[in-house]
Design a protein around this ligand. Structure first.
Ligand code: ADP
Length: 219
């Protein structure tokens, strides 16, 4: 039986989870499973699911545990998740963390990285963040791609996410403190939590995470 490398990346909005997960997914050849990306893709496709969650996402609130759990179960049923996955934005509540435990059963979460960063810093990052609507590449408002509105990687439209408005940012950070911060204890109690300082450049943070994965003999 192959051992699955299931990694959870926790951290505030704007802590750099997406950036790190993209790199780690490539390095360890496991899929990057971002429930936020999945939900935004559904909104863009404008089907029944997208119409159901659009206003929730824009307000910076959480969609129901039941809905997100279902999305993740479906995602894990796909063949590329056989070797594991990098979970970004899931679990986000204790109910979701428990659902993940039963979904993965014995071959559970191997490590939870807590990307630690202050609320002031992430508010600054999120306000100036721009993203490619097609491939998810992340830019800063001063980057030429953000100014021209065209992604250098795929030619897609570079936009500001609807939930990167000041009101939604505040709401999302409150939601993080209330619903997601308790997960730190959940994973700490299981001996799986490692905190990494997220207030450093992406390469340094990446090196810190891969070092932990190596030290724990996970890859
Ligand atoms: P961020 O972490 O910056 O808020 P994400 O891309 O992870 O961004 O998520 C965007 C939005 O998608 C969230 O604000 C929430 O509305 C919804 N969402 C994503 N993941 C979950 C989840 N696990 N449970 C509930 N809602 C979620």
């Amino acid at each position: 039986m192959t051992t699955r490398l299931n990694l959870v990346i926790l951290g505030k909005q704007g802590a750099g989870k997406g950036t790190q997960c993209k790199r780690l997914a490539e390095r360890y050849a496991i899929p990057h499973v971002s429930t936020g990306d999945m939900l935004r893709a559904a909104v863009k496709a404008d089907g029944p699911l997208g119409r159901e969650v659009k206003s929730i996402l824009e307000a910076g609130a959480l969609v129901s545990d039941e809905l997100v759990n279902r999305l993740v179960v479906e995602r894990f049923a796909q063949p590329d998740a056989e070797r594991g996955a990098l979970l970004d934005g899931f679990p986000r509540t204790l109910v979701q963390a428990q659902a993940l435990e039963s979904l993965l059963s014995d071959d559970g979460v191997k490590l939870c990285i807590n990307l630690d960063i202050s609320s002031e810093k992430v508010t600054e990052r999120l306000s100036s963040r721009r993203v490619c609507q097609e491939c998810g590449a992340i830019y800063n408002e001063h980057d030429p791609e953000a100014i021209s509105g065209t992604c250098a990687t795929c030619g897609g439209d570079v936009i500001q996410r609807a939930d990167d408005s000041p009101d939604s940012i505040r709401k999302r950070l409150e939601t993080y403190e209330r619903d997601t911060a308790p997960l730190l204890n959940f994973y700490r109690e299981r001996g799986l939590l490692v905190t990494v300082d997220g207030d450093r450049d992406a390469d340094t943070v990446n090196a810190a995470i891969t070092a932990v994965i190596g030290e724990r003999g996970l890859a």
